[in-house]
Design a protein around this ligand. Structure first.
Ligand SMILES: Cc1ncc(COP(=O)(O)O)c(C=O)c1O
Ligand SMILES: [Zn+2]
Length: 420
């Protein structure tokens, strides 16, 4: 049973029944946000019941989602039917160094394709199965495409991928190996976005591109539910869900941050958490479109060529920027910029001090956390969740720039000399 009422345009506020629209607002082309019947959910859903079945991973939140997998697909344990419930763990050494009371890492490098994007692809695939489509296309900086290719493998669905030139090799490998059809677009990520949309229109494919497809945000919100449920396991609450004070998120298109915001908005509207966390969004200094709009207090975005090494957040213009701005503004948060150099340092810090290996885009979150502590935007006694979004194995070249070089030896004496 779905509690989806329909979709609301982020700009003009027009609302549409669930089956009346597929992607964006027919009036102004803006992104749509799924709307739920919270009053009926509140009457009919028991949070203790929602939170009891973690073996079903993201799908145990099906009553809070706009769509779910067909029962026959659900019954088989596959990457698609079991993804989610990634670990939420503390980082005691980082806490100590940063003087913090409680720092949690939500480790979505553990998803099947090693990035957060599996959450969105899974829910879009569920909707594609419901619609009876055969081909799903996506424009991606690499991770969303790898997620789609991974989760389509083993189903009857064909994935078609549009990535920009310069996509890290490991991301390309993680797409190609699953049998997806891949097009490398001569141009930027935003050029790939435009081409994927045109191709979908021309060839009749279903478009999973981030933000443009409203189901991506709905998939991503499952991370918020998991965080709240996992925090409540450590400090039990009657509602089985608990919000942190602050959540720090790397931002490119802005769909991960708007998804997390949506998840906490749902829980708050249902009365299952008692406050909204503050959202800190971290953009790359060399991909400044969204940050400039934030500083200028605007909701429209310039197209500014991105030059960051952080492929995951390398966007010329954010595809879910309006909702990302609202996640931050509505919760009293801030946007912070991260330099490429600082991201490389943060990769090393997270690996050496918290035991987790991430790609540059993901490491941006730690840069934002450190800056926010310095500026007083986060207080040391606040409980903070850092959202980890992508594995370091996705971009080994950047990791090697961040790491200490190995010592080449021939004899044990060489080893002894090196240790002095
Ligand atoms: C590793 C990683 N982190 C963060 C992001 C940013 O997500 P969004 O583009 O939804 O803001 C991405 C997007 O590709 C990513 O791959
Ligand atoms: Zn509209």
């Amino acid at each position: 049973m779905s509690y989806l009422l329909g979709f609301r345009c982020a700009t003009c506020g027009a609302t549409f029944p669930p089956d009346a629209v597929t992607y964006t607002c027919p009036h102004d082309g803006s992104n749509l946000d799924a709307v739920y019947d919270y009053a009926r959910m509140q009457r009919e859903l028991d949070p203790r019941w929602i939170a009891h079945d973690t073996a079903r991973a993201i799908w145990h939140y099906a009553p809070l989602l706009p769509t779910t997998l067909p029962e026959a697909v659900m019954q088989q344990p596959t990457p698609l039917s079991t993804l989610g419930w990634t670990p939420l763990y503390r980082a005691p050494r980082l806490e100590q160094r940063l003087g913090m009371r409680a720092l949690w890492l939500k480790d979505d490098t553990r998803l099947p394709s090693n990035s957060f994007k599996d959450r969105a692809s899974a829910v879009v695939i569920a909707q594609a199965m419901k619609m009876g489509v055969h081909t799903i296309a996506v424009a991606s900086t690499g991770n969303a495409a790898a997620a789609l290719a991974t989760l389509c493998a083993g189903t009857a669905l064909q994935a078609v991928i549009f990535v920009p030139q310069g996509t890290p090799e490991a991301k390309l490998a993680g797409i190609l190996i699953h049998g997806a059809r891949v097009f490398v677009v001569e141009g930027s990520y935003n050029d790939a976005v435009a081409m994927a949309a045109e191709a979908c229109t021309r060839f009749g494919w279903y478009n999973r591109s981030t933000g443009f497809n409203p189901y991506t945000r709905e998939g991503k919100k499952t991370a918020a539910y998991e965080i709240a449920e996992q925090l409540a396991l450590h400090t039990p609450t009657p509602t089985r869900f608990r919000a942190p004070d602050v959540i720090v998120v790397p931002v490119g298109d802005g769909n991960i941050i708007s998804g997390l915001h949506k998840g906490f908005r749902d829980l708050h509207a249902l009365g299952w958490i008692d406050h909204m966390p503050r959202f800190i969004g971290v953009t790359a200094a060399l991909a400044p479109s969204l940050y400039r709009a934030w500083r200028a207090g605007r909701e429209d975005f310039e197209t500014i060529p991105s030059q960051t090494i952080a492929s995951g957040i390398s966007v010329d213009r954010p595809c879910d920027g309006v909702m990302a701005l609202r996640a931050v503004r509505e919760t009293g948060g801030v946007f912070v910029e991260a330099s490429d150099e600082a991201m490389l340092t943060a990769i090393h810090t997270l690996a050496a001090e918290a035991g987790v290996f991430v790609e540059p885009a993901c490491a941006a979150a730690l840069v934002g956390l450190e800056e926010s502590l310095r500026r007083g935007w986060i207080q040391p006694d606040e409980e903070v969740v850092l959202q980890l979004t992508g594995s370091g194995f996705k971009d080994v070249r950047s990791a090697l720039r961040a790491a200490r070089q190995p010592t080449v030896v021939r004899t044990l004496e060489d080893v002894a000399r090196a240790l002095v």
